[in-house]
Write a protein that binds this ligand. Structure first.
Ligand SMILES: Cc1ncc(COP(=O)(O)O)c(C=O)c1O
Length: 431
C-alpha cells in the first residue's frame, strides 16, 4: 500500500470518488509549481490536527465560558492556540475563532462600527481586499466606504491617504493588502489615523508569516486591531485570527460606553455571539500547531528565503524587460505587467498553466485593461520555498517563466524545466 493510500485509508475505502479527487489534487500540487502568493502548504501535523475528532465538538462561547458541556479538551486546545498567538505576535489578546479572513475582517469592523459609519481601505483594483470596503462586499454595503489608491508606480500614496482621511474622518482605516509588494509603513498609517481619530486596522493576512519571522515590520504598537488569515504565509489551516491589546473582560457580557481598552471584549463579542456560532475546534487545533511551527528557527529561515527568492525572481524579470509594479519587491510577491511581451494577464496565466506554473492574472495600478483580462499577473514564492528552492532555482524558474511569456514556442522546453524542479524538490515526501 502506498503511503498516500494509508494516509487517506478510510476515505479511499468508503468514497472512491472523493478519494480520487483528493488524490488528483495531491498530484496536481506535487507535479506543478504553485506560485499563487496567498497559498502555502500546511505541514502534515497541521493536516492531522484538522482531521481530528475535535471536529465533532460544539464549543459555543470561549474557554471556561461555554454553552455546552464536555469542554475539557476543547478549552485546552483553544487556550494553547491563544497563548501561542499572543506570544508569537506579542499582543495581549487573540481571538482564534474566525472561520476565515473575510469573517475576521467583518467582525473587526463590526466590533467598532455601526452600519453607516465611514471606513477607509485600499481600492480592490490597486491591491486591497474585497472586505476592505469594496462595493459588492457587505463591508462596502453596510458601511460608508472610502477607497484609496496607489501612486502611478504602485507605491502607497500617503498624501492622498491623509487628504482622504482628513476629509472623510473614517472610524476605521484599513491597511494590509492582497497585492502589494512593498513594506507597509505602519507608523505612518498610525500617525494619520491618530490625527483623524480613527482606529487603525492592519490586515496582515498575506504577510503574517513574514511578520512572525521578523522579516516584515510588525503592526503591533501602531494598529489597534490586527486581522489575519492563518493559511497564507502562516502555513496553517484555512482560518482567521483577530489580535489587539487591551483588557479582556467577560466576552459574554455587553460593554457599556466602550473605550479602546475594551477592544478585546468588543472583538470577542463581535465574533460570538455577533457573527459566528460554534468555533471550528479542529481548525483551531491546526492553528495551534501552525503557530508552534512558526516560532521555530526553521520557519524564520524559510521566511527569509521567501523574500530572497521573490527578490531574485524580480531581478530576473526586470532584466528580461517585464515591468514590475513598484519596480521590485520587499516581500513574498511580485505584481508584473506582461504587456511589454505583447500578451495580456489572461494569456500569461493560461500559458504558464501549460508549463505547470499556477498563478493568477491581476490588475496592475491604473490598469487600462478590464479585470477579466488585465495587463498583469501576480506571483509569489511561499510554496516553491517550502519545497526547498533557493536563488539558483529561482534563476532557472524565472527564465523559464520569462521565456514562456516571450513566446509560445518555448512552452515545451519550459514545461520540462518545471517538471524537473518538481522532481528534485518534492512536496509532501512519500505522499
Ligand atoms: C489581505 C486579505 N485579507 C483577507 C482575505 C480573506 O481571506 P479569506 O479568503 O480566508 O476569507 C484575503 C484573501 O485573499 C486577503 O488577501
Amino acid at each position: 500500500m502506498r503511503d498516500r493510500d494509508r494516509f487517506y485509508k478510510h476515505v479511499r475505502e468508503e468514497d472512491k470518488k472523493i478519494f480520487s479527487a483528493i488524490s488528483g489534487e495531491l498530484d496536481r500540487q506535487q507535479w506543478g509549481l504553485e506560485m499563487i502568493p496567498s497559498e502555502s502548504y500546511a505541514s502534515r501535523a497541521v493536516l492531522e490536527a484538522m482531521g481530528s475528532v475535535l471536529n465533532n465538538k460544539y464549543s459555543e462561547g470561549y474557554p471556561k465560558k461555554r454553552y455546552y458541556g464536555g469542554q475539557k479538551y476543547a478549552d485546552i486546545t483553544e487556550q494553547i492556540a491563544i497563548r501561542r498567538a499572543k506570544s508569537l505576535f506579542k499582543v495581549t489578546h487573540a481571538n482564534v475563532q474566525p472561520y476565515s479572513g473575510s469573517p475576521a475582517n467583518f467582525a473587526a469592523l463590526n466590533a467598532v462600527c455601526t452600519p453607516g459609519d465611514t471606513i477607509m481601505g485600499m481600492d480592490l483594483r490597486f491591491g486591497g481586499h474585497l472586505t476592505h470596503g469594496w462595493k459588492v462586499s457587505v463591508t462596502g454595503k453596510y458601511f460608508n466606504s472610502i477607497q484609496y489608491t496607489t501612486d502611478k508606480n504602485g507605491f502607497l500614496n500617503f498624501d492622498e491617504i491623509e487628504k482622504l482621511a482628513k476629509k472623510h474622518k473614517p472610524k476605521v482605516i484599513i491597511c494590509g493588502y492582497t497585492a502589494y509588494p512593498r513594506v507597509i509603513d505602519f507608523p505612518r498609517f498610525a500617525k494619520i489615523s491618530r490625527r483623524v481619530g480613527a482606529y487603525l486596522l492592519a490586515d496582515i493576512a498575506h504577510i503574517a508569516g513574514l511578520v512572525a519571522a521578523g522579516v516584515h515590520p510588525s503592526p503591533v504598537g501602531h494598529a489597534e486591531i490586527i486581522t489575519t488569515t492563518t493559511h497564507k504565509t502562516l502555513r496553517g489551516p484555512r482560518a482567521g485570527m483577530i489580535m489587539c491589546n487591551g483588557n479582556p473582560s467577560d466576552p459574554l457580557k455587553p460593554v457599556k460606553n466602550p473605550t479602546k481598552k475594551d477592544l478585546p471584549t468588543l472583538i470577542d463579542r463581535s465574533i460570538f455571539p455577533g457573527l459566528q456560532g460554534g468555533p471550528h475546534m479542529h481548525t483551531i487545533a491546526g492553528i495551534a500547531v501552525a503557530l508552534k511551527e512558526a516560532s521555530t528557527k526553521e520557519f524564520r529561515d524559510w521566511a527569509k528565503q521567501v523574500v530572497k527568492n521573490a527578490q531574485k525572481l524580480a531581478e530576473i524579470f526586470n532584466t528580461r524587460g517585464l515591468r514590475l509594479s513598484t519596480g521590485g519587491t520587499d516581500n513574498h510577491l511580485i505584481l508584473m505587467d506582461v504587456t511589454p511581451f505583447k500578451i495580456t494577464g489572461k494569456e500569461a496565466e493560461e500559458r504558464l498553466d501549460r508549463i505547470g506554473v499556477t498563478l493568477n492574472k491581476n490588475m496592475i495600478p491604473y490598469d487600462p485593461r478590464p479585470p477579466f483580462d488585465p495587463s498583469g499577473i501576480r506571483l509569489g514564492t511561499p510554496c516553491v520555498t517550502i519545497r526547498g528552492m533557493k536563488e539558483k532555482e529561482m534563476e532557472i524558474l524565472g527564465n523559464a517563466i520569462a521565456n514562456t511569456l516571450e513566446s509560445r514556442k518555448n512552452i515545451k522546453k519550459s514545461a520540462k524545466i518545471v517538471k524537473e524542479l518538481c522532481r528534485e524538490f518534492p512536496l509532501y515526501k512519500n505522499l
